[in-house]
Design a protein around this ligand. Sequence first.
Ligand code: SF4
Length: 306
Amino acid sequence: MGASRSAGRRLLAWYRRNRRDLPWRRTKDPYAIWVSEMMLQQTRVVAVIPYYERFLARFPDVHALARARIDDVLALWSGLGYYRRARHLHEAARRVSRDGFPRSEAHWRELPGIGPYAAAAIASIAFGERAAAVDGNVIRVLSRLNATHAPVRELAQAWISSRSPGDFNQAVMELGATVCTPKAPLCPRCPLSSSCAGRHDPLRYPAPRARKRITEERLSVALVVRGGKVQLRRRPETGLLAGMWELPPARPRGAPLAVVRHCVLDRRQVISVYPGRPRRGARFFGDLSRVPLTAAARKCVVRLLG
Ligand code: SF4
């Protein structure tokens, strides 16, 4: 029972027959794999694919990214959220372009924005290092497989195949994403069901996490359009959404043009958009696809201007 070698072999065979054909699975290029791992943090696969493809078309290798201006990187990331990932990726690309790619999980972790999960994923997939990448999917699969509420990092490291660690990591994640799902695991179709100690009551595992408190935030912003261009202001260079562009604040007066809802981290924003006047020193932008715009601002503009 549990995470045995034979279960691991079945899992790998299942993965090779059933894996989704994703663009970052067609390459061993460490740069491309690194970009995909950064984009996939906190973001769904279907949302990442077009961003990944555009990003690699514009910055095809680490040197191209290192040479880019941060505003161009952020503009391409705009809409994907968690912009700190893009800043870290850009900063790390400058180091890698100068010093070369890290060759071990431990060295990947020294780069900005790369934690234990991403370091292990990149080192195993691109360089074949036997390092277990433990994300939420992996925790769920291993907790159920072993019917445990205890931490599973050591179990994951002991279980990982030494011959195909990159495929193995991806196989556990793929099983968690497509079969051993959080609310409705498909146990009869699971390649591990005969070894799974938790299959009779899978929803007991893993231990439930404390829920985050969501706070509601009410904002008022101004939409000012002049000659087909939209007025924007830049956020401060530090803190949340640092350096991104957004609609300037407005004083609520009369009925708003639109009310837009947006979630960012643990905040639920209710944004009322009002007509406004040009502010002194404001900047107007025409082609917003080239501007690092916050996702909330993009939503407001799209709602009102299409
Ligand atoms: Fe998850 Fe069910 Fe497979 Fe166990 S048998 S790993 S609970 S899908």
